[in-house]
Structure formats: C-alpha cells, structure tokens
Design a protein around this ligand. Structure first.
Ligand code: SF4
Length: 62
C-alpha cells in the first residue's frame, strides 16, 4: 500500500506537529512549511492528520 500526501500550504503554519508525530520521519520543515520528503515511507497511520490543528494534511491510498 502506498499513500499520496497533500499539504495545503495556505493552511500550514509550520508548527511542526506532523514532523514530531510521524513514526517514519516523512516530514521536514522547509522555509517554515511542512514538506513530505519521505512520502514513500508513509504507513497511513493518520497520526499527522490528527495532530494538525490547521487541517492542512490529506492522505489518500494509491
Ligand atoms: S500517516 Fe502516519 S506515517 Fe504517514 S505521514 Fe502521517 S504520521 Fe507519518
């Protein structure tokens, strides 16, 4: 199973909650915004969606 991660840059405030919570280090902050640099490692656990108060993250199964 692989996942497609979409981050709404207009909503992301760069608080880094997704960076901290992700068990497989999918995210990195770049210029104050979250970027899914290791999308291939995503397990689909949706922890990042739960902690994102801005609702900036969408994950779809591929
Ligand atoms: S769904 Fe889980 S594994 Fe995938 S990016 Fe979010 S926290 Fe990381």
């Amino acid at each position: 199973m692989s996942y497609v991660i979409t981050i709404d840059n207009d909503k992301c405030n760069g608080d880094g909650e997704c960076v901290d919570v992700c068990p497989t280090e999918v995210y990195e902050l770049q210029d104050g915004k979250a970027v899914a640099v290791n999308e291939d490692e995503c397990l689909g656990c949706e922890s990042c969606i739960e902690v994102c108060e801005q609702d900036a993250i969408t994950i779809e199964e591929q």
